[in-house]
Write a protein that binds this ligand. Structure first.
Ligand SMILES: *Cc1c(COP(=O)(O)O)cnc(C)c1O
Length: 385
């Protein structure tokens, strides 16, 4: 088979895009080098305006990473010791790490077997258990839009309103996704974005942002990202951090933002090519009514661990990279086991998160895959079933 003569397929692709905009990137980086304004240069504000407009929200605050975006949002809510932060057990480690860094307790919630996002019935059950035990105060829900698919924000917002909790959207994998015609960023009290290179909008290093419609919160986020500063640089109003987005990363993102709409459409097209070839043979990503995924990843679900291993082997043999997001549910991570055990006395099991870890498999997903490549990937998957 002539696979080795064909263009290589990458899981993500940061080169094809760069080739399109390299002169513009070189020009904008050179402008920053000339200006010497490496921290909080004018590009940061220009980017914040562009991101807010793209998401259709009032305010954007550029920060140093997606993790720091989550931390700043939780610091603004004064989340700390004795507070319960509800989040899915099936997500990236950063979502759980932040409440622990602040002294709060993550309460792991199971996920929906089709959307892989936080299970609303299980969320309600665990909030009730925490309230009944009376050890922790329910303070926030971090909804994660896993693999780019918006979580059930209408339900999360309703629960948070009923219980007096803050709804924080971890949209690190999902910038560009939308729910009921409203882009992510406009859901919940605030949304955290990551510009890690492989995210839907990525820079060439670390970066992130917070989006919110609340002007007061945006002010607070600006203060917290710069050591809690007040009206002047040397007035310290609160304990903050160094959480700034650097100017060169902002300049790079400004070159990439104009490509975003086209790239989202391209990702959706790739997902459609996969769907057409794989649906019915494996579980393909859910398409809940009213939700538009940003397709940060395209993950299929196999029958079991053995079938997944066979598919990975078949893909590898055909030069098709795959990856497992995530091999271990967060409540089983060595670092988080104790927190999980302490959160709820008799915590219900998390069977869906555990099963997904054994069955999930991510296929190559980026805007520069063509239909022939999607077909090759699909054939490799089917060959391994
Ligand atoms: C990538 C990611 C983060 C962290 O973003 P960084 O920019 O790497 O700090 C947080 N949550 C989720 C779900 C992510 O995928």
């Amino acid at each position: 088979m002539p696979h080795d003569t064909q263009a290589p397929i990458n899981l993500f692709d940061v080169r094809a895009q760069q080739a399109l905009i390299r002169p513009e990137i070189d020009r904008r980086i050179a402008a920053v080098l000339d200006s010497g304004r490496f921290v909080m240069g004018p590009e940061v504000e220009e980017l914040e305006r562009g991101l807010a407009a793209f998401a259709g929200v009032g305010h954007c605050v550029g920060v140093s990473s997606g993790t720091d975006a989550l931390q700043i949002a939780m610091m603004a809510e004064n989340i700390g010791r004795g507070d319960a932060v509800f989040l899915p057990a099936f997500t990236y480690t950063a979502t759980a790490e932040v409440p622990l860094v602040l002294g709060a307790t993550p309460v792991f919630v199971d996920v929906d077997p089709h959307t892989f996002n936080i299970d609303i019935a299980d969320l309600r059950r665990r909030v009730a258990l925490v309230k009944a035990e009376g050890k922790l105060r329910p303070r926030a829900v971090v909804g994660v839009d896993l693999f780019g698919l918006p979580a059930d924000w209408e339900a999360i917002e309703a629960i948070c309103a009923e219980e007096g909790m803050f709804a924080l959207d971890d949209a690190a994998q999902a910038f560009g996704g939308a729910l009921r015609g409203k882009r992510l960023g406009a859901w919940g009290g605030a949304a955290a974005l990551s510009f890690y290179p492989t995210k839907t909008l990525g820079c060439y290093g670390d970066g992130g942002a917070l989006l919110t419609d609340d002007a007061g919160k945006a002010e607070l986020y600006r203060s917290l990202r710069t050591h809690g500063e007040g009206k002047t640089r040397y007035e310290v109003m609160r304990t903050g951090m160094n959480g700034r987005l650097d100017t060169i990363q902002a300049a790079i993102l400004l070159c990439k933002l104009p490509l975003m709409e086209g790239e989202l459409a391209a990702r959706a097209r790739v997902a459609g090519w996969y769907d057409a070839r794989l649906a019915g043979r494996v579980q393909t990503p859910a398409r809940p009514e009213g939700a538009e995924s940003a397709f940060g990843l395209y993950s299929i679900l196999l029958d079991d661990e053995n079938q997944r291993a066979r598919v990975q082997e078949a893909c590898k043999a055909r030069g098709v990279p795959t990856a497992i997001y995530y091999p271990l549910s967060l409540h089983h991570q060595p670092a988080y086991r104790a927190a999980h055990a302490a959160a709820i006395g008799q915590a219900p099991p998390l069977p869906v998160s555990e099963a997904l870890c054994k069955r999930i498999l991510a296929l190559p997903m980026h805007p520069y895959l063509d239909e022939a490549q999607a077909a090759r990937v699909s054939e490799a998957v089917l060959a391994g079933l």
